[in-house]
Design a protein. Structure first.
Length: 309
């Protein structure tokens, strides 16, 4: 050891310090333009597939929930609007087919909103907890677009299956009077679009504050009572009816009843603003959902809380 020199001649560095970045990575702009149509569709398809896998992993829970929804619908339908009968103890538990159909169409629309939002919200929190949410930002697609096209699409498919199964079960128990026609696709599309906007609002808030489960539950309770879904708007207080008209689900449920219960076309909707309110409120909520989700993910990125629960 004594024969080793204390210091030796300096040598030139073999390479520069730092991280090498490819020329392609530094010159290719981020954004949807860097993806071809096929690659963009594959990215969205992967999100849909991932959401459906999550739904399949929850199949036992879904099978447990479905009978609970059916029982809840039957109980609510039996007591709504029968306060005097319940007070006197003389309740007729039978359901008139037309009244039952009016109620269950509103219940189906409400269930779609509730389940779609719940699935997007809880799975978003699950990705935050497991640290996989940041993978969204490896894609040049905007995060809100992935949330709509991927997560929301999978939630819509899964929710549609659950609501359809609930409707079939209620149909078998009660006997609904439904007049099927092609116009039903219009309110269904508006229900999906409005529900997407609302779920994106909840998702954007969840990115920032995380523990907000009480908010969608409280909104669901308000919709049940004051949304014109279980109780006609004409029977609600004026203030409650005015607020209900700002919710796209109110008008979509009315359009659903016009098409399936009355057998009319959606162009004949004349009460509560008609198609103008249906289109306007749905577009406003969808735009608000995109804005809130975008602001929420920007705030979460600034705070570094995309993977912190």
């Amino acid at each position: 050891m004594d024969c080793l020199p204390v210091a030796g001649p300096t040598r030139p560095a073999r390479r520069k310090a730092g991280t090498e970045v490819s020329h392609y990575a530094t010159t290719t702009p981020a954004g949807t333009g860097s993806l071809g149509t096929g690659a963009a569709l594959r990215a969205v398809g992967n999100e849909v597939y991932k959401g459906l896998l999550a739904g399949w992993s929850e199949r036992t829970q879904i099978l447990i929930e479905m009978p609970l929804f059916v029982i809840s619908a039957l109980l609510i339908a039996a007591i709504v609007g029968r306060g005097e009968e319940i007070a006197t103890g003389q309740v007729d538990w039978s359901l008139a087919p037309r009244d039952a159909t009016w109620f269950f169409l509103g219940f189906a629309a409400f269930s779609f909103y509730y389940l779609q939002t719940a699935k997007l919200f809880w799975r978003l929190l699950g990705e935050i907890q497991t640290g996989t949410l940041e993978q969204v930002y490896l894609s040049p697609l905007p995060p809100w677009l992935i949330a709509i096209a991927g997560r929301t699409a999978s939630a819509v498919l899964e929710t549609a299956f659950v609501v359809a199964a609930i409707t079939v079960a209620l149909w078998a128990v009660v006997g609904l009077e439904v007049q099927w026609n092609a116009w039903v696709l219009v309110p269904l599309l508006f229900i999906v679009a409005g529900g997407t906007g609302y779920s994106l609002i909840i998702g954007g808030l969840a990115l920032v504050w995380k523990r907000i489960a009480l908010i969608p539950d409280a909104v669901a309770a308000l919709l049940m009572v004051f949304g014109g879904l279980f109780i006609p708007l004409a029977d609600l207080p004026d203030a409650a009816a005015a607020l209900a008209r700002l919710v796209p689900l109110t008008h979509a449920a009315e359009a659903l009843r016009y098409t399936l219960l009355d057998g009319r076309s959606v162009t004949s909707i004349g009460s509560d603003g008609g198609l103008a309110w249906l289109f306007g409120t749905t577009a406003a909520w969808l735009l608000a959902g995109i804005v809130v989700f975008t602001l929420g993910e920007r705030a979460a990125k600034r705070r570094g809380s995309l993977t912190r629960y």
